[in-house]
Design a protein around this ligand. Structure first.
Ligand code: UDP
Length: 492
């Protein structure tokens, strides 16, 4: 397994001044290129155009409507769409009933309606659309917050990029994370995550890496290959083969234990290889070609996908299982189920699948030093000394409401991983995979029911993968008349 080496030769030669980490700037996390951008030349690897791209029809129609603007004169953006609640007054029949209004459900609904003219009903248990992407502008602070934690859009799939541009304007953004990690001299230091040359030099007194070749040699000297001689069999072997025991201890081991309540050796190798490790000083969290944030938030994407469409009915606070029990689900040709696959088969009495949840401890900080609590939007705490995994400060993002960066006050959210609560992450290890396969066998026998998305496929999809999976399933519906995946979730 190799690490990412320099993507641009010019970058490796121009960043020889590695040394100890520089003091972090106050204010929104910026670079010489702007808020939320990496330093050149790394920013140039983001193929999102420099200016905002994409369309926001909800915003445009609000802006063109004098009456609507007059009704909310203080606003600079359209107010959120109000969706209907409850399951009364539904039609008797729909072509498609979609359970869950997250990315997967919304993408299938949008395509079925706009490409095939199908009549779609979406039943959402929560009181909002957007699934875990849901965000809102907090009334007290005027800061755009994500209810279910930070969401950073990135994709290498041009098809997904072209698709999402139809439902939002997008602001170029490269997510960059810092971590407070313990160095070999015992001090806590703020370092780039994923690890770069700067990370290694800051954490280890004996490291003085100044170029790609030296960094590759540093990794080589640290790495421990699996005793089996084969591919890493679990997360610990994967991390040791990539970065060796010292970085593993400082950055990966305890963070992973906190996030999953399992040590890396109890998890699939894939969990630990989500994070790149670099030989350069490219401190971007993701390497994908397109990286951007929806200019007016993620919720707006769902509004543009589903609102004002006569074919699509969205109903909030509707529990599909309750409706099914009382015979209230309207007739339909196809059911698209995006919830937990084990909940769908709860009556079978099989063991439940394991999920991780996240508890957010939010705090409004009025007197933050120069308006910011911490140095970057996300600061990870990879050590065992604090119980939370990271602290998120949304104010650093460039897609905050206009003028918000200049105002005092900020919101932070400490994230604690938890076994109970809303399911966020399927837990990827052999036992859970084997159990999922049993559920998947049942699902394969269903006629006219499609299981779509992170919870129904028990797969740690990123946002773009969830969209691509939904679009590919829709391709099959159009080509063959069935909503089947084009590839197995594990192949994403
Ligand atoms: N990880 C880590 N230390 C960090 C960041 C990530 O050990 O500082 C590991 C950890 O096992 C985590 C995985 O990398 O579960 C994937 O991290 P990612 O940031 O992709 O998780 P997400 O953003 O999806 O919560």
């Amino acid at each position: 397994m190799t690490c990412e080496s320099s993507l641009l030769d010019v970058a490796s030669s121009s960043s020889r001044e590695v040394g100890r980490p520089r003091a972090m700037p106050r204010g929104p996390f910026a670079s010489s290129t702007g808020v939320g951008r990496a330093e050149p030349p790394w920013d140039a690897l983001n193929r999102c155009e420099d200016v905002v791209v994409g369309r926001d029809d909800v915003y445009e129609s609000w802006r063109a409507d004098d009456d609507a603007r007059a009704a909310s004169p203080a606003r600079v953006d359209a107010p959120p769409v109000m969706w209907e609640k409850g399951c009364s007054n539904l039609s008797d029949a729909y072509d498609v009933v979609v359970v869950g209004c997250g990315l997967s459900g919304a993408a299938i609904a949008e395509r079925c309606s706009r490409a095939l003219g199908m009549k779609v009903l979406i039943l959402e248990r929560r009181d909002h659309v957007g699934g875990n992407c849901y965000d809102y502008v907090d009334e007290k602070s005027d800061i755009r917050c994500s209810k279910y934690g930070a969401h950073l859009f990135h994709t290498k799939h041009q098809r997904v990029w072209e698709y999402v541009k139809k439902f939002s304007e997008w602001t170029p953004y490269e997510h960059r994370v810092r971590g407070r990690a313990r160095a070999s001299d015992g001090e806590m230091r703020l370092v780039p995550i994923p690890p770069t040359r700067e990370t290694v030099n800051a954490l280890f007194e004996d490291a003085d890496v100044t170029n790609d070749a030296e960094m590759e040699a540093w990794y080589d000297a640290e790495r421990i290959q699996p005793a089996s001689g084969g591919a890493p069999a679990n997360g610990e072997e994967a991390a040791l083969a990539r970065v060796g025991p010292r970085l593993y201890e400082a950055i990966f081991k305890h963070y992973t234990k906190k996030q999953w309540d399992k040590y890396p050796e109890e998890l699939d190798a894939s969990v630990l290889t989500r994070l790149p490790c670099r030989t350069t000083n490219d401190d971007r969290y993701f390497s994908d070609a397109w990286q951007a944030l929806p200019r007016r938030g993620y919720t707006r994407i769902f509004e543009n996908m589903l609102a004002n469409d006569p074919n699509v009915t969205v109903r909030l606070e509707c529990d599909y299982f309750e409706m099914k029990k009382s015979g209230k689900v309207p007739r339909h040709e196809i059911l698209v189920y995006t919830g937990q696959i084990d909940s769908y088969y709860a009556a079978m009495g099989m063991p439940k699948l394991e999920y991780r949840s996240v508890v957010f401890e939010e705090e409004y900080v009025e007197d933050a030093d120069e308006g910011y609590y911490q140095e970057a939007m996300v600061v990870n705490y990879p050590g065992p000394d604090v119980p939370y995994t990271r602290i998120v400060e949304y104010k650093h993002l460039p897609n905050q409401p206009e003028g918000r960066h200049e105002k005092p006050g900020t919101i932070i959210a400490r994230e604690y991983s938890s076994a109970t609560g809303e399911p966020y992450y399927p837990v990827p290890n052999p036992a859970n995979r084997a159990l999922y396969e049993k559920y998947a066998e049942l699902a394969a026998k269903e006629e006219n029911v499609a299981f779509v998305g992170r919870l129904a496929s028990y797969k740690y999809f990123n946002m773009d993968e969830a969209i691509l999976n939904a679009l590919e399933m829709f391709d099959n519906l159009r080509e063959r008349g069935v909503l089947d995946p084009k590839r197995a979730p594990k192949d994403f």
